[in-house]
Design a protein around this ligand. Structure first.
Ligand code: SF4
Length: 342
């Protein structure tokens, strides 16, 4: 079955009611819809459990934006050195090589930049980014992201990998991807062949619930493991995985198949996503409770991307302290402090 892209598709697949067409159409005019056959199966196998359904099916609350939400919640633009290339930390760059994904998550932190019809990079933009990487010796790691880099054709992926292969100071290529969960059949032999490089490779899988790990996903992850390290990143989402059992099951299931839980993200303040956000206090309480229930290697780092581009910090220790006015003081990696309010 082809990917569902609009309200009529969702009605035909039995995922929304006919009376929801106007509001769903209205949402899709701002934020793309993408539901693959793999995700439809996962939703149906979960008996329409909110944990899966809410991640992919539009909700009318997406049309409401709160005052503290922004189109660029983690401040990509503040660190954009060439179009699509973000140089936020000294030794690595994030290369947003495509604005397209296999699916469109309703809580996406880059939802204003990611989607069908969004501004794609031209061949000249890609050249400019690769030139910057080649001319900047302190960069040792290139993170291919987007969008989702693994939806590119094997030929296009190979062109980029081959260029990076020839840059001596690059030792690591990292991929941020949801493809093994959303469209695992894209992890084909051709794609794996296109990823051939002498550089170290790390694949970071975006996954939020253990029910997203089915046979096809596990098979795709096993294939990727033959080419590099596989880590996971998850977003802590209200109504999806904001309970001990869901988080514990996810992290145990991942370690059982050789995927190392890496990050648990506090949800970013992307526009129209307030219904997914927990408070920092709620998130920290969950994380504290998890610590006693999981081996250290199964517990990811619980992190906050400080709004406006100040980088990622752990939500524990000296990095964050409550402030008298109900907010927090968060210290970034340069020792600079920022105020944060839920
Ligand atoms: S896969 Fe990632 S970039 Fe794509 S829609 Fe989901 S959260 Fe956004």
């Amino acid at each position: 079955m082809k990917t569902l892209k609009d309200a009529d598709d969702l009605v035909r697949a039995g995922l929304i009611d006919r009376e929801d067409i106007p509001k769903t159409t209205s949402i899709s005019q701002t934020y793309s819809i993408g539901v693959t056959s793999q995700v439809i199966d996962t939703i149906k196998n979960s008996s329409f459990d909110d944990a899966i359904y809410k991640q992919y099916i539009p909700d009318v609350r997406e049309l409401d934006s709160t005052d503290n939400e922004t189109p660029d919640p983690i401040g990509d633009h503040a660190h954009e050195v060439t179009k699509g290339l973000i140089h936020r930390y000294p030794d690595r760059v994030l290369f947003k090589i495509t604005p397209t994904c296999a699916v469109y998550c309703r809580f996406c932190f880059r939802r204003e930049m990611v989607g069908r019809g969004k501004d794609a990079l031209t061949a000249a933009d890609i050249e400019a980014a690769l030139d910057y990487i080649a001319d900047t010796p302190q960069i040792r790691e290139v993170i291919l992201s987007g969008g989702d880099p693994l939806i590119l054709s094997p030929r296009r992926l190979n062109e980029v990998i081959s260029r990076l292969e020839n840059i001596p100071h690059i030792s690591l290529i990292r991929f941020h991807t949801r493809v093994p969960v959303a469209k695992p059949d894209l992890i084909s032999q051709d794609l794996l062949h296109a990823l051939t490089t002498s550089k170290q490779m790390i694949f970071v899988l975006h996954i939020n619930h253990a029910q997203e790990l089915n046979h096809a996903t596990i098979t795709a992850l096993k294939s990727l493991r033959k080419h590099g390290t596989v880590l996971s990143q998850s977003v802590l989402l209200k109504g999806v995985n904001d309970n001990i059992e869901a988080l514990k099951s996810l992290f145990i299931a991942l370690t059982d198949i050789g995927v190392q839980p890496y990050y648990l993200h506090h949800p970013d303040k992307a526009q129209g996503t307030a219904h997914f956000r927990l408070t920092i206090q709620e998130g920290r309480a969950l994380y504290k409770a998890l610590r006693g229930q999981l081996s250290g290697y199964a517990l990811p780092h619980y992190v906050l991307d400080i709004p406006d581009g100040y980088g990622k910090v752990p939500l524990n220790g000296d990095w964050i302290a409550p402030h008298g006015d109900g907010g927090y003081t968060v210290t970034d990696i340069h020792g600079k402090t920022h105020r944060y309010y839920d």
